[in-house]
Ligand binder design. Structure first.
Ligand code: G3I
Length: 314
């Protein structure tokens, strides 16, 4: 076949996308998602503000809808995300610090148990680092210091021993202070026997600025004995998009896919959303967009064709 998923599977890999609950109402989006992609990350539906909006009250309905779409289309699921400073309901950040650990462990245990056997992986901790490589100050570091990360991983492992456990962050795709910090953390966790299986490189790139050290960085992480996944790929540009930038985007996408395929232990690539209309970029970066492989009318762009070629198709 010439779909992304068939080509990726022939290489022992996968190609994923993010999907939100509202995406499931669009037959255009679901038709592409169900045929081109074999991995799905819920865009928002497994985050703490949705799954436990008040203490001890769990809501897995939206996440379950994504999982059932995935099952119906033989897609696997990247669970996203158990512990994150963002989309964290106020009740958690308002807890006395002495109660945060129990709340975190209960949240992880309940959610990971609910989805036990149904997710390929969990982004257990999302975006723990500042740009300079220090740990972000948040409810979790305030209560537990850096130890919250190992505690979260151990708690998730106890709930679902077969799920691959990831730490996920952005601006760690190339060599630099932030990726060095992640590297040191993973190295320490491995030495301590803490269950960790992988590192997610979000990969929210700007056209023409994919780090030249991407492949070398993937290699150094896999040398620690963990997998790497490209978890949220997009490649933004000023809009309206120029022909030159769309061509550069194709080069960038192929570069990312080739870098992953080149390293044993880089397990697959996921794009953040199906098409340009589904992308978070225009809402967060004024004047930017056109960041995915499908255009405003869900027609495949040059980036799509470049990925097909990188995956060995034609
Ligand atoms: O649900 C409310 C709705 O009730 C309200 O009317 C509307 C008005 O603003 O907002 C809605 O919430 C939005 C939510 O998405 C659901 O659509 C939030 O404002 C908006 O901030 C939120 O954005 C999400 C963002 O994470 C928040 O950090 C994006 O959809 C989601 O794609 C994005 O995903 C993150 C990954 O989880 C982690 N890595 C970065 C990536 C991109 O930011």
């Amino acid at each position: 076949g010439t779909t992304l998923r068939d080509l990726a599977e022939a290489k022992g890999s996968y190609f994923g996308t993010a999907l939100t609950q509202s995406n499931l109402n669009s037959s255009t989006i679901t038709a592409i998602a169900g045929t081109q992609f074999d991995m799905v990350t819920p865009g928002n539906e497994m985050k703490w503000d949705t799954t436990e909006p008040s203490a001890g009250n769990f809501n897995f309905g939206p996440g379950d809808q994504i999982v059932s779409f995935a099952k119906a289309h033989s897609m696997r699921v990247r669970g996203h995300t158990l512990v994150w400073h963002s989309q964290l309901p106020n009740w958690v950040s308002s807890l006395p610090t002495a109660q945060v650990q129990a709340a975190m462990e209960n949240h992880i245990t309940t959610e990971a148990t609910h989805y036990k056997g149904q997710v390929y992986s969990w982004d257990v901790v999302n975006e723990p680092f500042n740009e300079d490589g220090t740990l972000r100050t948040d409810a979790f570091t305030n209560a537990m210091g850096s130890g919250y990360i190992a505690d979260a991983l151990r708690t998730a492992h106890a709930a679902d021993p077969n799920a691959k456990l990831y730490l996920n962050d952005y601006n760690i795709e190339g060599l630099g202070a932030k990726s060095d910090a992640m590297y040191q953390l993973v190295s320490t966790l491995k030495q301590q026997g803490v269950p960790i299986d992988g590192v997610g490189f979000e990969s929210h790139f700007i056209v023409g600025q994919v780090p030249s050290t991407l492949k070398a960085n993937i290699q150094r992480f896999t040398a620690l004995g963990v997998n790497v996944a490209i978890t949220e790929l997009d490649d933004r540009m000023p809009v309206p998009a120029s022909a030159a930038n769309l061509a550069q985007q194709a080069t960038d996408y192929a570069n990312v896919v080739n870098s992953c395929l080149a390293v044993t232990g880089c397990v697959g690539v996921s794009q953040w959303g199906v098409g340009d209309p589904d992308s978070w970029i225009p809402d967060f970066f004024s004047g930017y967009g056109a960041a995915t492989m499908y255009d405003a009318n869900y027609q495949p762009k040059a980036a799509y064709n470049a990925v097909v070629t990188a995956l060995g198709g034609s």
